[in-house]
Structure formats: structure tokens, C-alpha cells
Ligand binder design. Structure first.
Ligand code: HPA
Length: 234
């Protein structure tokens, strides 16, 4: 039952999907953590792999960068593949000076200037929550693995490169957003529109406060804490 952007058969996609932004990170997770793995989508190289983790069927699929991209893939997964839960596992830039590189954040709510929710007709609000049910499962998984989670509101931005670097300070102050990424608000909009569940775990890959950064290779491989928490939560 292919869609315009996913060629997998319906039964090839699990009811829970983990979504990193980068399709190569999906490949890394599948090859590192899953058993009986099959590549089930490669349209536009947006790889999706389905396998098992501790006996549970799970799909790991790239979302691409930005709200339009995750908006398309998450909508098709929820609507046409009967996916019930999507857990985004991504990277973010820290707004909060207390966050360090590689800290893991559990998103409670996503704030965005984006018109995504309004345009799709789901909400006029600019802040949308993650699923409480999924977040509770993720918190239980993290405490079982004795891994620390920073819970907070994040900023889903449409813009990565800003002319005014200092503009983040106003958003941090006004909306108490501890970090910035570019996808959660669209994912949470789709979950709300289609009565599904969505959550988001983020690893700090850079800081707007002190301009620290990680390499793309570190980003691909070093986010294992977040991956293990997400997998354990299913
Ligand atoms: N801005 C937006 N998205 C991001 C960032 C950032 O600094 N880092 C990782 N994802």
C-alpha cells in the first residue's frame, strides 16, 4: 500500500516508529540495536528499517530536516500505515546555559512561530504538547537504564541560520524554551489531527550560548543514550 513517499507494504511498518532526522542514523540504529532487520523504504533515500528490539517489532525511519519533511512522513505513517506512536529522536541546539553537549532532553511541549498547525486546521495555538502516555513510558525507561533526562519546552524553528544570533535569547525568555530543533511542532500537530501519539527525545548537539558544536560523525554515532531510552520505552 505505497504512498507518494513511502514504498513499504502496510505490514512492513510497525505500530511504533522511531524517527531520527537523518536516514543514515536510522541505518545505524537498525544495524546496531535491532534483530531480523529489513530495509522497507528507500524512496528518496529516506531509509526505513523494520526489525525487533527485545522481541518487539519496531520501525526506524528518517524524517528529513524541518517541519515540512517530518510533516509529510509522519502524516503518511499515521494515516496510511496505521502507525500509533512516533518517537522523534533528534538533535538540538541549547538555549539554556545549564545544558551541556550530549545531554538528553524529553520534550514536554513544542513552541513554534510556524503556521503548520493552523494551516492544517488542527489548532490556532503555537504550543503543542507531547503525548503524556509516551512521555511516562520514556521516563520509566530512562530511570530503569539509570540515564538522566532534562524535561522541558523546546522551540521548533523554521530557520537554522539567523542573521541575528542573539534573537534566541528573547525566545528563551518569553517561552521558556530550553533548546531549539526544527520538527516536533509538525509531528505533534499531525498526532493531534489524527488522534495518534507522538513524543520527542533530543540530544544536545550544539549550544547557542557558547557556540560549542559536535561533528557530523559524532552526531551519527554518539547519540546512543537517547536511542537506548527510546528503544527501551517501546
Ligand atoms: N537550530 C535548529 N535546529 C537544530 C540546531 C540548531 O542550532 N541544532 C540541532 N538542531
Amino acid at each position: 500500500m505505497p504512498t507518494p513517499h513511502i514504498s513499504a507494504h502496510k505490514e512492513d511498518i510497525a505500530s511504533t516508529v522511531l524517527m531520527p532526522g537523518d536516514p543514515l542514523r536510522a541505518k545505524f540504529i537498525a544495524e546496531t540495536f535491532l534483530k531480523d532487520v529489513r530495509l522497507v523504504n528507500q524512496v528518496r533515500n529516506m531509509f526505513a528499517y523494520t526489525g525487533t528490539y527485545k522481541g518487539k517489532k519496531v520501525t526506524v525511519m528518517g524524517s528529513g530536516m524541518g517541519m515540512p519533511s517530518i510533516g509529510i512522513y509522519s502524516y503518511e505513517l499515521y494515516k496510511f500505515y496505521d502507525v500509533k506512536n512516533i518517537i522523534r529522536i533528534g538533535s538540538c541546539g541549547a538555549y539554556d546555559p545549564n545544558l551541556k553537549l550530549f545531554d538528553v532532553i524529553l520534550v514536554s511541549k513544542a513552541y513554534s512561530e510556524s503556521s503548520f498547525a493552523k494551516t492544517m486546521g488542527v489548532s490556532n495555538r503555537h504550543t503543542l504538547p507531547a503525548s503524556k502516555t509516551l512521555n511516562n513510558k520514556i521516563k520509566r525507561a530512562a530511570s530503569k537504564l539509570e540515564k538522566h533526562l532534562n524535561e522541558g519546552v523546546i522551540h521548533s524553528s523554521d530557520v537554522f541560520y539567523r542573521l541575528n544570533h542573539e534573537a534566541y535569547k528573547d525566545i528563551f525568555r518569553k517561552h521558556q524554551t530550553i533548546a531549539v530543533e526544527m520538527e516536533s511542532f509538525a509531528l505533534f500537530s499531525n498526532a493531534k489531527a489524527l488522534n495518534k501519539k507522538a513524543a520527542c527525545l533530543l540530544t544536545v548537539s550544539d549550544s547557542l550560548v557558547n557556540q560549542e558544536e559536535t561533528t557530523s560523525e559524532q552526531r551519527e554515532k554518539a547519540f546512543t543514550n537517547m536511542m537506548e531510552i527510546a528503544l527501551e520505552s517501546i
